[in-house]
Design a protein around this ligand. Structure first.
Ligand code: 5GP
Ligand code: MN
Length: 334
């Protein structure tokens, strides 16, 4: 990665106006990476803006120091995007995942940089910093900041963002990419002033009642297939309406599918105005990214997402049928 960081350092050193963004419906990783870079670049005297197509989910309010997270608005932000010296897209390797911001990002007079850890990046950036072995984009941001500063610790503000990224994208330090190196970097974050139990509480212990009630329904609707190796659940708009719940309230449901004994692939279908939003999760060598790519999506081998416009039982049956060859493919796919 060092070669990337040398190139990125040159770009950053030449840039004054920097825009940071991430994908639609941002998660803790993208947001934490943005907060950390915002803090670090401001400390270097840069003019930095975080502009996201989606508003900041309430759980992450603790990172919104000085109202640094802005929600894209053409009138306010079009010229900022156009005139940025450098636009950094975090935790996202497809420009269209910035949705209505995409044409403005594309038109920028400056450089476009991607810092990300997903498979199969699109071809739209001047500098692609991709490390699919990184547990989180925030880990890569830590690597860059420490490369740039020459110090292993960072400011408490930046550390809070990076810790949030790593904690959320490793499922609280348990996914396979949570290597000894990740724990060592995390140790430096704690030395930088991060409070792990506080961040855990902010992110994971602020559930709304309607979210828990919807979760109860989601759990009761889980079905299995292929000898109990696949679990799936469909959450309809009427289910959301019953509890007054929003899409944000269903965040994290998909992980329960893999907690069923014997299940190695989980599919969550959530009704949206356009059809179903699909979330795929798998264990080991089962590559759900292949399934996601058949459904206008992508992501990682063990966690990916997509969409399905047709909402009939027949379409659901086809999705389950499409999962079978992937469930049965035992070869290792990178
Ligand atoms: P989730 O199921 O949590 O929405 O998404 C899981 C993973 O799949 C994330 O890493 C996310 O970046 C990726 N992902 C989700 N939806 C899409 C999509 O529509 N397109 C692409 N390329 N990736 C997606
Ligand atoms: Mn990520």
């Amino acid at each position: 990665m060092e070669n990337y960081w040398i190139q990125l350092k040159t770009l950053i050193d030449q840039s004054q106006k920097i825009v940071l963004t991430t994908h639609v419906r941002p998660d803790g990783d993208g947001l934490g990476a943005e907060a950390a870079l915002f803090s670090y670049f401001e400390s270097l005297g840069k003019i930095v803006r975080i502009i996201n197509v989606s508003p900041l989910p309430e759980a992450f309010d603790y990172m919104n120091k000085d109202a640094r997270f802005e929600t894209f608005n053409t009138t306010i932000h079009a010229h900022i995007l156009e005139n940025a010296d450098c636009t950094i897209i975090l935790d996202c390797n497809q420009l269209d995942r910035t949705e209505e911001m995409a044409p403005y990002v594309e038109r920028t007079k400056g450089n476009i940089v991607v810092i990300d850890h997903h498979l199969y990046p699109g071809d739209f950036a001047d500098l692609l910093c991709i490390d699919i072995n990184s547990c989180a984009t925030g880990e890569m941001v830590y690597d860059f900041i420490t490369f740039h500063s020459g110090k292993m610790t960072v400011s408490q503000d930046a550390a809070t963002g990076i810790y949030t990224s790593i904690m959320t994208d490793t499922g609280n330090f348990r996914f396979p990419r949570t290597t000894p190196a990740v724990h060592r970097k995390t140790a430096y974050l704690i030395e930088s002033g991060v409070e792990p139990s506080e961040i855990y509480g902010w992110v994971n212990e602020q559930r709304t009642l309607q979210s828990l009630q919807l979760q109860g329904l989601f759990l009761s609707q889980i079905r299995t297939a292929y000898d109990g190796r696949l679990a799936y659940s469909v959450v309809k708009k009427s289910d959301f309406d019953r509890f007054g719940a929003t899409l944000e309230d269903s965040e994290g449901f998909v992980k329960y599918l893999l907690s069923v004994k014997g299940v190695v692939m989980g599919i969550l279908l959530i009704e949206q105005p356009y059809g179903y939003k699909l979330s795929f999760r798998s264990k080991g060598d089962i590559d759900v990214n292949r399934l996601a790519s058949q459904y206008s999506g992508g992501g990682h081998k063990n966690a990916s997402g997509g969409k399905m416009e047709e909402m009939t039982d027949h379409a659901i049956a086809r999705l389950i049928a499409d999962a079978e060859p992937i469930l049965n493919a035992m070869e290792i796919t990178e």
